[in-house]
Design a protein around this ligand. Structure first.
Ligand SMILES: *[C@@H]1O[C@H](CO)[C@@H](O)[C@H](O)[C@H]1NC(C)=O
Length: 548
């Protein structure tokens, strides 16, 4: 009797323990949130980290007056403006990471829902927008007191909700936009502003102003072609010859993944770069079911998708592999972390992108570990305190934190009596790899200046300090291309593993790993990258390197 009782008690205890331990597939992790600025005065709708550790942020010029005055009594006088024709407030800022300060920047024409990319020499090129800005090109140089330079209406077509990608030859490609089933390049050559048709975008545009193919997900594949995902379909595209090289299977389930069914996507880390055939995989997560946008119009908010699809785009017979996130998410940003894991952050669990269309903020960031077994890849992290709905952004910083800003699902700046007030606060999320408990494991790169200029296919010795014991096989070096982020998509985002293992111990806690930089601009377009040494998934602080 007694032993039976004990058995029953043990069983219950065991059962309680089992129930209270989160299932390993969705284990709850850590990470910390930090409020950086109670207000930067504008909505962080677009963000780009530049190689001087400043983040360029802008929203749009027709939200009305922002909460940040332009300095020196300066005002923008724009007869073509739709909201305030003489506007003495800023709609762009430069955030200085090291000093946690920001300054107002001046944009003349409307940059709303636009796109951008950083050139090999480090300039942010911003393209398109709305109204008087829809064909505009603007340049921002990373220098101490620099400001936006308006280059004029140089684009061949209106680019509103388009996607950019930096190319191996240093040009930008600008793809799509509302009503634009075509693409073009910048800078313009002598031939002028030629626009090339891309019927795939017409084929993937849903009727009735819903689209579901805006801000298409674009990645530079390892063969030099572009992978373009729109709605449910994807192609491999030879942009030089305007030719569809192949079409991939549609993502299973039939639900759209691009704006306004806004999911997100990343190119998973490129590795084994010396192999004859480098492999490339795309991971795409979340979005809203087909009809979600129309349903919101009718007053019904439907749950977001909880599925991710993973596709090996270099495979001769690729198939999407579907995995389930711990919860649904629309408008989640997918960011590559220095250690090659993926962070899914921001967004909502219900509704779609667009004005007033989101409900139930998705507060917990989510890790995805691409190399783990299928059922142990996702891990929920410490929830945020601030909802980040439509028009929110996130970018990785050199120190490994994630800068998070924005959220404004309203036509103007609305701070009261609305669901999800316009959000001017800037925060940082520190993934658990920054926890003090990993100080012994964390590498510190020695002599960063010696690594600042790198050439393709260069053998390179990277020295680093680790105070604890080094596990050679668990050391790697990664190169990260900081993306242009808006509407949950991080354009030109890329990470390459340039070396693993074979670490030499030089004594005095100093170690050395030999790595080889990528072989070409197809693998890694020329420009500024962050180089990280990673040990047991704990990254060093990054250092800026310039690859040519
Ligand atoms: C922005 O400015 C408005 C108008 O002055 C004010 O009501 C609001 O509280 C400010 N919001 C923030 C977050 O600073």
């Amino acid at each position: 009797m007694k032993s039976t009782l004990r058995l029953v008690a043990t069983f219950f205890l065991f059962h309680i323990l089992l129930c209270s331990i989160p299932s390993p597939a969705y284990a709850a992790g850590g990470g910390q949130w930090q409020l950086l600025q109670p207000s930067i005065g504008i909505v962080a709708m677009h963000m780009q980290l530049l190689s001087n550790d400043r983040v360029i942020i802008y929203d749009r010029t027709d939200f009305g007056l922002s909460n940040l005055s332009l300095p020196d009594g300066r005002c923008r006088n724009n007869p073509n403006e739709l909201a305030v024709k003489v506007d003495c407030t800023a709609h762009s800022v430069e955030y200085n990471v090291a000093s946690n300060t920001f300054r107002a920047l001046f944009v003349q024409t409307n940059v709303w829902c636009s796109s951008g990319a950083v050139t090999p020499d480090g300039l942010l090129v911003q393209t398109g927008g709305f109204n008087d800005g829809d064909r505009a090109v603007r340049i921002f140089k990373p220098c101490p007191d620099c400001d936006w330079e308006e280059k004029g209406s140089l684009l061949g077509a209106s680019r509103w909700y388009a996607t950019n990608h930096i190319l191996p030859d240093g040009r930008l490609i600008i793809i799509g936009g509302i009503g634009q089933f075509n693409y073009e390049f910048y800078p313009k050559t002598a031939g002028g502003d030629k626009v090339y048709n891309l019927p795939f975008l017409a084929q993937t545009s849903d009727p009735g102003g819903v689209d579901n193919n805006l801000y298409p997900f674009v990645f530079l594949n390892v063969d030099g072609n572009l992978f373009i995902f729109a709605n449910t379909r994807s192609i491999l595209f030879d942009y030089n010859n305007n030719r569809v090289v192949r079409e991939y299977p549609s993502i299973p389930g039939g639900d759209p993944r691009n704006y306004p069914s806004t999911g997100s996507a990343v190119l998973l880390p490129l590795k084994n770069l010396q192999a004859p055939n480098v492999e490339a995989e795309v991971l795409l997560c979340g979005g809203a079911p087909r009809g979600a946008f129309q349903n919101v119009g009718g007053g019904t908010f439907v749950g977001a998708l909880n599925t991710c699809g993973r596709l090996k785009i270099t495979d001769p017979k690729p198939q999407w592999v579907i995995e389930n996130m711990p919860g649904p998410r629309v408008m989640g940003d997918m960011l590559l972390l220095p250690n090659g894991n993926v962070l899914i952050i921001n967004g909502a669990e219900v509704g779609t992108a667009g004005w007033e269309n989101g409900r139930e903020p998705a507060m917990s960031p989510l890790f995805y570990r691409p190399n783990n077994p299928t059922n142990s890849r996702f891990e929920l992290q410490t929830p945020a305190g601030i909802p980040r709905m439509y028009h929110s952004t996130a970018v990785l910083l050199r120190d490994g934190r994630i800068l998070v800003g924005g959220s404004n699902p309203h036509v103007g700046y609305s701070f009261s009596n609305v669901l999800f007030p316009t959000e001017l606060r800037l925060e940082a999320f520190s993934p658990s790899y920054l926890d003090a408990q990993f100080a012994n494991v964390r590498p510190k790169i020695v002599d960063p200046n010696s690594l600042s200029a790198l050439k393709y296919a260069q053998k390179l010795k990277v020295q680093f300090l680790v105070t604890g014991t080094v596990v050679s096989d668990l050391v790697s070096v990664t190169l990260f291309a900081p993306p242009f982020n808006t509407h949950t998509f991080s354009m030109s985002q890329r990470i390459l593993v340039v070396g693993t293992g074979n670490v030499a111990n030089l004594g005095k806690s100093t170690y050395e790993i030999e790595v080889t930089t990528p072989g070409s601009g197809i693998l890694a377009p020329s420009g500024s990258y962050l180089l990280f040494v990673v040990h047991q998934e704990i990254p060093s602080e990054g250092i800026w390197v310039h690859l040519t």
